[in-house]
Design a protein around this ligand. Structure first.
Ligand SMILES: Cc1ncc(COP(=O)(O)O)c(C=O)c1O
Length: 354
């Protein structure tokens, strides 16, 4: 059990919820009534507060804006048919958050602050969790350096916050993916395994170039040979070749270890598929495609859950897939959604009740 935390609470006077149309929710655009804020000062966490969602007042010299010590997480809360609220595998995100913090030379956020803060905030704004299928409440914990000083060194002060955004289905349309050979996302020894804000800024140029060519996202390749598949936008990737599901391994430290990835590996194994976490080359993929053995390709991530890939563009070769004929990805997607929304048994205790 997590130790009780002293979190001060100031509630809004009038909820904004009644002004929102929950039927048509763009991802990440609307925020709930409250947020959590805490400060790391003189080596300890203080001013832990849940309060009305509001802008921050920041000095122009705030260190994170200049030197990029900033990390985040993405988690989802769901409601079952009885209206009970649950959060999906929150402890996995808590642990990944502190792995990112360590790599970015930031302070660890204690479990009771991260977890209890999140549960209290979600409990307070629980009416914002949509009960419609495929809808959820997206939870965004983040931390940034807050020293007011121009100078390249780790900050002494940090801010940890959690904000919440109700969300509808995301990325559900099958995607066209561009196999990126020029730009890279991460290198061994770098920060690819951390959910560091700069990783996303650094990816935007290549993604925009791929979009100009008519693709939705890039599939990143390894930095040295541009040969081994990494991940895709904000998703890990799975390739089903024959009866085996293959996803790139995490041992190089260049890929974010997705919580959805881990869950999908478990479910694929329960379906009786062999799962391999290993290096996978684009040559192996194209050979499997030409031999008719490449059955399904999909991305996994909190925002999208499972996103089928209908086309992979590699050099001037295009691999196209008839996603409507697939069996595995839709089964896994439905199963995971059913677990999250309380319609299927949660054998692994992934859902934590709010
Ligand atoms: C770069 C990157 N890879 C993979 C993922 C998928 O991770 P998860 O399943 O934990 O959402 C995400 C999303 O968080 C991501 O940003």
């Amino acid at each position: 059990m997590i130790a009780a935390m002293d979190i001060s609470m100031t509630k809004i006077e009038r909820s904004k919820l009644q002004d929102l149309n929950l039927d048509n929710l763009p991802f990440g655009k609307y925020f709930t009534d409250h947020m959590l804020e805490a400060d790391f000062e003189n080596g300890e966490w203080k001013n832990i507060e849940i309060k009305p969602y509001q802008p921050l007042l920041l000095s122009p010299s705030t260190a994170a804006l200049h030197y990029g010590q900033a990390i985040f997480e993405g988690i989802k809360a769901y409601k079952d048919r009885e209206g009970n609220a649950f959060i999906f595998r929150p402890r996995d995100n808590f642990m990944r958050f502190n792995i990112s913090a360590e790599r970015m030379q930031m302070p660890v956020v204690p479990e009771e602050l991260f977890m209890e803060g999140m549960f209290q905030l979600v409990a307070l704004d629980r009416n914002w969790i949509p009960s419609k299928e495929d809808h959820s409440l997206y939870i965004r914990p983040f931390m940034f350096s807050s020293d007011e000083l121009i100078g390249v060194r780790p900050s002494d002060n940090y801010k940890f916050m959690i904000i919440l955004s109700p969300s509808g289905p995301y990325y559900s349309a099958p995607m066209r993916i561009y196999v990126e050979e020029q730009y890279v996302r991460a290198v061994p020894g770098g920060v690819g395994y951390a959910k560091a804000a700069g990783n996303y800024g650094a990816a935007m140029y290549a993604t925009a170039e791929a979009k100009k060519k008519g693709y939705d996202q890039v599939l990143w390749m390894d930095a040295f040979e541009h040969k081994y598949v990494q991940e895709c936008g904000t998703m890990n990737v799975f390739f089903i070749i024959g009866n085996t599901a293959i996803t790139p391994g995490l041992e190089q430290g260049t890929i974010l270890g997705g919580v959805t990835r881990q869950s999908v590996i478990t479910l694929l194994q329960e379906m009786g598929l062999k799962v391999e976490e290993r290096q996978l080359s684009i040559d192996e993929i194209t050979a499997a495609y030409k031999a008719g053995e490449l059955k399904e390709v999909f991305g996994t991530g909190t925002a999208a859950t499972i996103s089928p890939i209908k086309e992979l563009g590699y050099k001037d070769f295009s691999m196209k897939f008839d996603v409507d004929s697939w069996k595995t990805a839709p089964t896994i997607k439905k199963w995971l959604t059913d677990i999250r929304e309380g319609r299927a048994e949660d054998k692994h205790s992934w859902m934590q009740k709010v």
